[in-house]
Design a protein around this ligand. Sequence first.
Ligand code: DAH
Length: 386
Amino acid sequence: MGPYRLHMKTKTAPYAATKLSDYTPGALDDAVTMLLCAVDSEAAALEDESEWKAFRDRWMARKNGILTQINDLWLKPAPRDAKREVGQRVNEMRSRVEDTVEQAAERCRQSASQAHLASDWIDISLPGIRRPLGAEHPVIKTMNEIVSIFRNLGYSVEEGPEIETDYYNFESLNFPPNHPARDTQDTLFIGQQDSKPLRDRLLLRTHTSPVQIRTMEKLKPPIRIVIPGKVYRKDPPDASHSPMFHQIEGLAVDYHIKFGDLKGTLDHFIKALLGSTVKTRFRPSFFPFTEPSAEMMVSCFICGGSGWRAADPCRPCKQSGWIEILGCGMVDPNVFEFVKQNGYDPAQVTGFAFGMGVDRLALLKYGVDDIQLFFQGDVRFLKQFG
Ligand code: DAH
């Protein structure tokens, strides 16, 4: 009960059961009356549920509760001719005590809820509690936009582990051991694994491409998937590099997929993301897991492809009018060899794949000039995207 309760209860010595020396009806009456008075006045003094529990146990506990004591102190030693009378009174008394305990419980519950109501008033003149909504992080926002464009094309979303084996990150993607293409990936390896065979050694995945293989092991063709996720490389942080960044990978495998499908899909995608006025261009490239491979360029959506912003040279496209957006290509048959037994016979299926850096797209899209701002968690920066 609240601290503002003013009335006080005078406490008397608590009731204690004692042996009866006199078993005459008058003496029994007195003893019973004393006991019932005591239980009533103790019940009246209860203030809350925890007091009530102690009270209940004090009287009714099987082991050494007052009723049990009365059995031992009054009934058991009663002279034979008084036993019946004492037994009857003890029984009556027991049910009186039980009723009293039960009624006291009800009262304690009621007064607790009244006290709660009394103390739980609302001052409607106070300002409300503001629960600020978080803002979607610009990288995640960009990622969600990209994923939803592909979802609309019927792609589903797959994910994979950030700690990956050499097998999935490299070997099954047609990077043979000691192949120079591995060096371009600036891999962060997990230490002390020299005793393991190379393919089992763990590393932080350098791209989302390993999830291509993981998914083809799991799902039979045809498949159309996008794979958003974090990737890691041994790049010292600066305005355009971060040792952790985000990629979205795509993979479509079916029985008649051609390079034209790749071009049409990616052209549609980038127009949906940046607006229908951008143009695309593909130029040859190399990735071990695609053949042929290409890079997709998009006409600079900052300067409109002119290379100039008013009188200033356009920095994002380095005045070229084009920005490189992603790597892509037709899935190399050597990659299908690793998942051949799950229906990916390179003589039967073809596919295209692509992979893009989300952070760089978000930098360009929002005109942010330092990738580090994305990962410092400064609310003054993040708030601007709310
Ligand atoms: N995994 C490549 C990288 O991180 C990007 C990439 C290029 C992914 C071509 C692809 C692809 O799926 O076909 O540099």
